[in-house]
Write a protein that binds this ligand. Structure first.
Ligand SMILES: Cc1ncc(COP(=O)(O)O)c(C=O)c1O
Length: 367
């Protein structure tokens, strides 16, 4: 059986360190907003060469709190990709604003910057580029458009830790940016976690206060905040894992290169296209195939597990029935949803397993 994802290799790599770090938290008897969190926030900011990081409870909260800190709310519009995980849209809805979808580039699957200006209105407040599957969006162009129209940019960097655009790390372009440390992410905790990055001290102070009941001093509340803190255990886990992120990212890239090599002549599928200016960190290795469902079943029979990211685009989800979209409104996002298949990719997958996946895909088309 080749699983879609396995943590075995990573667990072995730092199991003892994780146990020590968690024991340290247990012994410290300080479980929320302590030294581990501060250490992680400083280390994550330093790694990104950005002024501030704030740890929060999960990636969705990171997006919601980021949008909120910019004063975006009811009546406002936020430009989002039509092709994304639903969390990007949900964060906009959560603050009472309206997600305005823009179709992706057909090759990179990321928001097509050349379409964005068609959707800017007097209600537009921000653009939310999502670095989907681990590849950076066209950040130069997106920042240019935002500046021209006086819009904020909030990067959704949940899938793209250490991805780059023209050599600059994602999560450092926007006015404020959000990420997730969900266990399966490239940098994952052992439970939920999220983070916000910004260079702006005012926004930093706002999100720091808001995540903690709107309080900077115990029992003194400056605003109606929330409880969304990255707890000490998760921060301790992330402190152990952070120094390994670069190495594990290189492994992801090398696995993707092997898949590319083995699948490049398989004309029935589209392998990931990487823009020359982007660095892809392969949170997911996604192929497109018009016979996707049959291929997935064929691979399952061969004991190869694959997943679909994502089978239904946000505009066709029941949750967004109220926006009145129908099939055909965002054909590129719909085509990706109908044809995408994510292949097993995780540090520790063996060469012969990569080979077996690729050979099985080719066998499917020979039959
Ligand atoms: C693109 C994207 N945005 C946001 C999120 C939300 O992160 P979380 O699951 O930590 O809330 C995720 C992950 O699930 C994601 O993939």
């Amino acid at each position: 059986m080749i699983p879609f994802l396995s943590f075995d290799y990573q667990d072995k790599l730092y199991r003892d360190q994780l146990i020590n770090a968690m024991t340290k938290v247990l012994d410290s008897k300080w479980y929320v907003m302590g030294q581990q969190l501060t250490e992680f926030e400083i280390a994550y900011a330093k790694l990104h060469d950005i002024n501030f990081t704030v740890g929060v409870a999960n990636g969705l909260d990171a997006l919601i709190i980021s949008l909120r800190s910019l004063g975006i709310g009811p009546g406002d519009e936020v430009i989002v990709p039509s092709n994304t995980y639903i969390a990007s849209w949900l964060s906009v809805s959560a603050i009472g604003a309206v997600p305005i979808p823009v179709e992706p580039d057909e090759r990179t699957y990321n928001i097509n910057p050349e379409l964005i200006e068609n959707f800017i209105t007097e209600r537009s407040k921000a653009i939310m580029p999502v670095h989907l599957y681990g590849q950076s969006c066209s950040m130069t162009r997106i920042m240019e458009i935002a500046e021209k129209h006086n819009l904020y940019v909030i990067e959704d960097n949940a899938q793209a830790h250490l991805s780059k655009w023209r050599g600059q790390l994602t999560g450092t372009f926007g006015h404020i940016n959000a990420t997730s440390f969900y266990p399966g992410k490239n940098l994952g905790a052992l439970g939920d976690g999220g983070g916000i990055t910004t260079n702006d001290e005012l926004l930093y102070q706002r999100v720091k206060t808001y995540r903690n009941y709107g309080s900077n001093k115990k029992y003194y509340n400056e605003e109606k905040g929330t409880n969304s803190r990255l707890d000490e255990l998760q921060a301790a886990v992330l402190n152990v894992k952070l120094p390994y992120l670069q190495g594990l990212t290189e492994e992801r890239k090398s696995i993707a290169t092997k898949y590319n090599q083995l699948l490049k002549d398989c004309n029935e599928i589209q392998i990931p296209f990487v823009s020359e200016e982007a660095e892809h960190v392969y949170h997911l290795y996604v192929i497109l195939c018009s016979k996707r469902d049959e291929l997935q079943l064929f691979l399952k029979d061969k004991k190869i597990e694959t997943l679909i990211h994502y089978p239904i685009p946000p505009h066709l989800q029941k949750a967004y029935f109220d926006l009145g979209y129908k099939v055909g409104d965002f054909p590129i996002a719909e085509k990706i949803a109908n044809e995408c298949l994510s292949l097993p990719l995780y540090p520790g997958i063996k060469d012969d397993e990569i080979q077996r996946v690729a050979e099985s895909i080719k066998d499917f088309f020979k039959k």
